[in-house]
Design a protein around this ligand. Structure first.
Ligand code: 1CP
Length: 352
């Protein structure tokens, strides 16, 4: 006899994260809710600024669901941003139109000491309400779609916090890591602490999977990668698992290159997000077989569409057949992407 706890989950994305091969593979796209969708632009205009949108549960839930309604994706990613953690710890943040995020840069011990990690889940309460609303909506109307919560990894979030804005090389942040590793380490530990609470609160509100975005991991040489990416990520995964032993976690150490294998072995994640630059067959050979892979279509091929898109998508499917795999992009969708190209990609992947 099979008791209720032994009935396998039917959601394809959760099956893959449990180590099963599901074919055709489940799919979703990084930044699938966003400006390439006219229905998103409409809600965005209603909300006013970006932080207002992230902290208005009805509106944030609506934009989270939009790509599910349009394409029936297997994963719905919470609509929020990795910089909402610094914001919730009290660092000033604004999203300037056309310029990206602007934070009051943290450059010394006093500024880092002013952060309030205990405040994070208090100020982020509207985000957890969004998670509750989305989960209820998915259960009612898209029961096969898995809700993914997320945070930035400590290193990538620290990059923005120290630098104050996006950058090609995050020289101020990486400079601090060399010149004053004790201070940079304090910031990283603060982020591990706040992000643990923030991710657990998302899971407790209904997120079924958690993803860690480490967009700038690839800037680091190996010794620094171990210290600022692998160790803090492993600490974060351990702390989350202590509270939620079975929550699947996807790590995305973008441009990690040859460090991918060590990241897979030492952080404790169930799935690796693979960026556009990585050969999927090499990634598969480098990581333990129980770890699922996710990726890695070039977002530019999705803008082009047609034969270029078809060739790229088919080569990914061929490389990953027979393996636990989630189809995704290798980086976020671009805002000039034609929505009908996304529809064509979904049809292609769904027919295997
Ligand atoms: O006005 C707008 O519409 C703002 C554009 C925008 C959007 C749609 C930003 C500003 N953030 C987001 C949402 C977002 N960001 C999501 C949610 C949903 C989804 O995936 O559908 C997620 C997961 C993120 C994650 C994020 N934010 C990352 C990691 C992934 C990546 O792209 O590398 C990073 C680095 C950020 C910072 C950020 N937020 C926004 C921008 C333009 C940036 C990049 C800044 C830069 O470095 O130049």
């Amino acid at each position: 006899m099979t008791g209720p706890s032994e009935i396998p989950t039917q959601k394809p994305l959760l099956r893959v994260l449990a180590g099963e091969t599901v074919w055709p593979p489940p799919m979703w796209l990084m930044r699938q809710a966003g400006r390439y969708l006219p229905e998103y632009r409409e809600v965005r205009a209603q909300a006013g600024d970006f932080i207002a949108l992230c902290t208005a549960p009805d509106l944030a839930a609506e934009v989270t669901i939009q790509p599910i309604r349009r394409y029936g994706m297997d994963g719905a990613i919470l609509f929020s941003d990795i910089l909402m953690v610094p914001w919730a710890m009290g660092q000033s943040l604004r999203f300037a139109e056309g310029e990206g995020p602007m934070l009051e840069p943290l450059r010394d011990a006093a500024a880092i000491a002013r952060l309030d990690p205990g405040q994070c889940v208090v100020r982020a309460a509207p985000i957890f309400e969004t998670v509750r609303l989305v989960r209820a909506e998915l259960e009612a109307h898209a029961p096969r779609t898995t809700l993914i919560g997320f945070a930035g990894s400590p290193f990538t979030v620290a990059c923005y916090m120290v630098e104050g804005h996006g950058s090609r090389d995050f020289a101020a942040a990486r400079g601090m890591a060399y010149a004053d590793p004790a201070l940079f380490g304090r910031l990283i530990r603060t982020l591990v602490e706040a992000s643990t609470e923030y991710l657990c609160a998302q899971a407790e509100a209904g997120a079924e999977v958690l993803m860690l975005f480490d967009s700038w991991a690839g800037l680091l040489p190996p010794s620094q990668f171990r210290r600022w990416v692998i160790e803090p990520t492993a600490a974060l995964v351990r702390a989350v698992r202590k509270r939620l032993p079975s929550i699947p976690i996807i790590g995305f150490p973008r441009l990690a290159g040859v460090m991918l294998a060590e990241y897979a072995q030492r952080t404790g994640v169930q799935c690796l997000g693979i960026d556009t630059s990585m050969d999927l067959r090499l990634a598969a050979a480098a990581v333990p077989p129980g770890i699922a892979l996710q990726g890695n279509l070039d977002p530019l091929s999705l803008i082009a569409g047609g034969m270029a898109l078809e060739a790229e998508a088919r080569s990914i499917l061929a490389a990953m057949r027979g393996r636990p795999f989630i189809f995704n992009l290798g980086h976020g969708i671009e805002k000039v992407t034609p929505p009908e190209h996304v529809a064509a990609l979904v049809r292609l992947v769904r027919t295997g």
